[in-house]
Ligand binder design. Structure first.
Ligand code: GRF
Length: 193
């Protein structure tokens, strides 16, 4: 197969979407590879899994570096690793416009709702509070407007009677794990590489 797109995954926590991307990338016909896993928290649990899988990991601390130095360091680290696309996967930090401008149309995010519905924090609780019968997951391009960039792919998930934010989050997460690799492949198919 032709060379695969080099994707970095940015995490802040457990990294289950990162794991889904990593395992999807093991398939022979996957159009991307995970070139680097990094994020803003050097002790994010997901980093250990990436390391155990032999993926390059950069342990950066936004807290220690401060916001501006952190994003400059991140940019340099990504470029040094030959990264072409960035997949945010539970990366719990607002990405500044200056950084987005250096990676225009090359940063993706996954959000556990059918955007533009329930952007921002606690989208599962927002769906419950709204009495929604359906929620879901969205993969979108990151631009300067929070959770509002062009949608690459979405999938619906039903809200069930008795759901809590936790049970709904768990059901959506299962869909996220399939959706994210599919969305990256779809985006690469459209991109002029
Ligand atoms: C996911 O629900 C994702 O949609 C949201 O944050 C959560 C991250 O979970 N942005 P994980 O770290 O990938 O398990």
């Amino acid at each position: 197969m032709a060379s695969r797109a080099r994707v970095a995954v940015l995490i802040s926590g457990r990294g289950s979407n990162m794991a889904a991307l990593l395992y999807a990338a093991k398939a022979d016909d996957c159009p991307f590879e995970i070139a680097l896993v990094t994020g803003d928290k050097p002790d994010a649990p997901g980093l250990a899994l990436a390391e155990a899988e032999g993926i390059a990991v950069a342990r950066l601390s936004a807290k220690d570096l401060g916001k501006d130095v952190f994003f400059d360091t991140l940019d340099r680290t990504l470029r040094d690793s030959g990264v072409e696309y960035i997949a945010l996967a539970g990366f719990m930090r607002i990405v500044p416009e200056s950084f987005i401008g250096r990676w225009t149309d090359r940063i993706l995010n996954i959000h556990p709702s059918l955007l533009p519905k329930y952007a921002g924090l606690h989208p599962q609780q927002q769906a419950l509070d709204d009495g929604a019968a359906v929620s879901g997951a969205t993969v979108h391009i990151v631009n300067k407007d929070l959770d509002a960039g062009p949608v690459v792919r979405q999938r619906e998930v039903p809200v069930l009677p008795g759901d809590t934010a936790r049970t709904l989050a768990d059901r959506i997460l299962e869909v996220e794990h399939a959706l994210y690799p599919e969305a990256i492949a779809a985006m690469l198919d459209r991109a002029d590489l």
